[in-house]
Every structure is written in structure tokens, then in C-alpha cells.
Design a protein around this ligand. Sequence first.
Ligand code: ADP
Length: 264
Amino acid sequence: MAAGAATRREPGPGPGGEKRILCVGLVCLDIISVVEAYPAEDSDIRCVSQRWQRGGNASNSCTVLALLGAPCAFMGSLAPGHAADFVLADLQRYGVDVGHAVPQPAGCLPTSVVIANASRGTRTILHAHGNLPDVTAHDFELVDFSQYKWIHWEVFISKDVARHFGYQSAPEALQGLHSRIQPGATLICAWAEEGADAIGPSGELVHSDAFPPETLVDTLGAGDTFNAAVIFALSAGRTLQDALTFGCQIAGRKCGIQGFDGIV
Ligand code: ADP
């Protein structure tokens, strides 16, 4: 285990006293093979390129927040071993605070093998969840929440989750799920090239079109990018409409590049 995650500590406010954004959830290793065309089963082909990339929803959103210039912290389970050292060092390289990464004494870092089809921008993900325990209530007791202006913990509805519930579009998902959320809550749903929709605290419907890049290159982490950019904007006091539009703009830029470097 690399230094940094072993001791839980509160980092204090970011530069200029700015409060941080905490993202709680998964960090994993993505092993990404970029191909020109999706391979046929039982074929033997060459990749255009291959790379290791830190992945996982909360970890990706931290990357994007850091690139946008927001002080942020990651909280989630971390396995022992080389792959975990790689993702931990990468979080630190982006300036993401890892004081609340929770080292587990045993287990494997979750890993995704990703086939990224460069000609269509699709990403096919084979995820091995591993056997890591989740963070516990006790881990949360160690967090000084006064240091944070936003805690991100799956508030957003992804199109995969919406489809799982039988919805065929973002507006349909919002209308269907609205009655299940607390009055006054905001519900946000992104839907790939259709952009994103939201219902605000007083029930107002908001939409942003997508901002397609000139060439669609890589959609891996588009949703995490969208979430981070929306949180960035909302936590800075911008309107829901502004935040949705900003989220789609930054996510669209991400779809035009491999990885995340270059979204801003
Ligand atoms: P996920 O990664 O969860 O599958 P989505 O595919 O819904 O996320 O995409 C999230 C956001 O990324 C969308 O709201 C949109 O702004 C942007 N996006 C995703 N795919 C495209 C695309 N093909 N063209 C333009 N924007 C896209």
C-alpha cells in the first residue's frame, strides 16, 4: 500500500479556503484496448493501442473535478497490491485528496477490461467486481463533513439504470421516478447523444442537447464526466439549466478524446 491512504485524515479546505467535493464510490483499474472495429468472437486481432487507466465512477468524477480546478477528495475501498498502488498514485497525480480512501487488508482491486471501438466511439466493458468490502458507517464517522460543500453518492440516474427500470428515454425515466424521491430533490438523467434532462426542486423540467464532438472517439466515462461537470456548476451556485448545459458540453468534449486529459 502506498503512503497516503493508510492514515485517515482531514485535508482541510482547498486553496483559498474553498470547501471540497467528496466523491464516494468505486476506483478500479481499466485495461483499455482500442480497436478499429469490434472483434468477432474467437478472432485474433491487433489493437490500435492499449493502456492502463484509473477507472471507476467516483474516481473518474474526481479526475474531471480536478481538471476543472475544484478541490476534491475520493472515498472508497482500496485493495492491497500493485494495481491499487497504480490507481492511488494516479489519484494523487491529479491532486485528488485520498485521505479517505479506505485500505482493505485483503482482496483484489476491481478491474474492467474495456474494448473501445475507435471507429464508433463505443465502449464494451467487462467488469470484475472483485471481493473488496465496501466502506462502512464507521469510515464515514471519520469524515469531517464541514470541510465539504458537496458529497456525491449516486444521485444521478444513468441511462443504464433507467433502462433497467424499463424506461426508454430520460424524460420518461424522470417522470416515472419523480414520485419516489423526496419533495424538493433534484433528479438528473443523462442519455448519451440525446443530452440530459432534469427535474428541479419545484418540479420544473430542464433539458440540454448533447454537444457532439467533431469525431466521436471514446465514450468511456462520459457519464462520470457529465456528473462531475454538473456538480462543479451546481456547487458554484449556477442554475440547473446552466449546470446541465455545462455537463453536456464537457462530456461532449470528453467523447472527442481518449481518456480525460484535454477536456478543459
Ligand atoms: P454513461 O457513460 O453513463 O453511459 P451517457 O452515455 O448517458 O453516460 O453520456 C453522458 C453524457 O455524455 C450525455 O449526457 C452527453 O452529454 C455526453 N455524450 C455521451 N455520448 C455522446 C455522444 N455520442 N455524442 C455527444 N455527447 C455524448
